[in-house]
Each structure stands twice: as C-alpha cells, then as structure tokens.
Design a protein around this ligand. Structure first.
Ligand code: ZN
Length: 177
C-alpha cells in the first residue's frame, strides 16, 4: 500500500524539487512563486533570490533614473488619495487634480477599478518620458487608464491608445530612442 491517508507519497506536490536559476540550490517547488507563463507554473528563481534580485534591480534602476522614483511616489500618493477621508478633495499641485478627480476618472472607465483583477496604469509608460517632463504631463488623466493584469503584461496599454490631441501636446517630452 502506497502512503496512508494524510501521509504524503513521493509523488505528492510538496516533494517536487526544482533547481533555482540564481543560487543553483535545489528546493521544493513550493518555494518558487507562481508564474502562469512557465511550463511548471513557477518562476525560474526561488522566492528568496527573487526578492533579492528585485530589490537590487529597483535600486540600480532608480539610481540611474532618480526622477522615476519621484514620479512613482507622486502616483502612489494620488492613488491613496482616491480613498483618503481627509485629503480626498485636496488639489495636488504637481499634477493639478485631486484624489476625487482621479477617482471619478477611473470610475468612469471602470466602476470596479479597485478590484484586484485590475490595475491603474499609465498608457504611455513613465520610462518613455524625458526626465524634465512636468508631472502634470506624466500623470495627466488622459494618460491614466485601467488594465487587467493580462493586458498590462501584454503591454496593450501603450502609445496608440492616447488621443491624437494629447499625443501632439506631449510628444516633445517623449524619449524617442
Ligand atoms: Zn535561489
């Protein structure tokens, strides 16, 4: 008889082992985070390496492009204000609108935008703008939309989706390389 009730057999899920592509340690599959795009449904590096790699990557990225850190901070502050009791109506000078206005913009696109299936994204990604771009251009409501996680992965939110008028106003700030 192979394995009793509640006793894991060698074929049980927790016994599937996998070698991490970064630290080259063989670990149980459960120590790799899920990823729908790989054959075994897990990431190639273990969760520990993933975390280290991500932090290092972000650090070096923001060292090279410090303005991006600033822009990301502004944007998360704006998102926070869409549900802030105290600051909901306050205008944010660098972008020229309030959390209430952002909430109204997003709710008009998709009333369920707060659901975890969706994410709030810049249509033209922050990385495309020159470092001297004013934040009322970068975070202009015309550049902010709701995407599903899949759409965001496939980069369906890019470029072509902004209006011609908006594009003409901002193209001087776009990094063409
Ligand atoms: Zn590892």
């Amino acid at each position: 008889m192979r394995g009793g009730v509640g006793f894991p057999t060698p074929h049980s899920y927790i016994y599937i082992m996998k070698k991490c592509s970064k630290c080259h340690t063989t670990k149980p599959l459960t120590e790799f985070r899920r990823n729908k795009n790989t054959p075994d449904g897990r990431q190639v590096e273990c969760a520990v390496c993933r975390r280290l790699y991500k932090n290092e990557y972000l650090k070096s990225y923001y060292n090279k492009k410090p303005w991006m850190m600033e822009w990301r901070k502004t944007f998360s502050m704006l998102i926070n204000r869409t549900s802030s009791i105290r600051k909901y109506n306050d205008n944010v000078d660098v972008v020229g609108y309030s959390g209430r206005q952002l909430n109204e913009h997003l709710s008009a696109i998709n009333p369920l935008w707060r659901d975890s299936r969706y994410s709030v994204e810049h249509i033209i990604p922050l990385s495309k703008f020159n470092s001297n771009t004013p934040q009322d251009i970068v975070h202009n409501l015309q550049n902010i939309t709701i995407l599903t996680k899949e759409q965001n992965r496939e980069k369906l939110g890019n470029m072509g989706r902004v209006s011609d008028n908006f594009w003409n106003n901002i193209r001087q700030y776009i990094n063409e390389q």
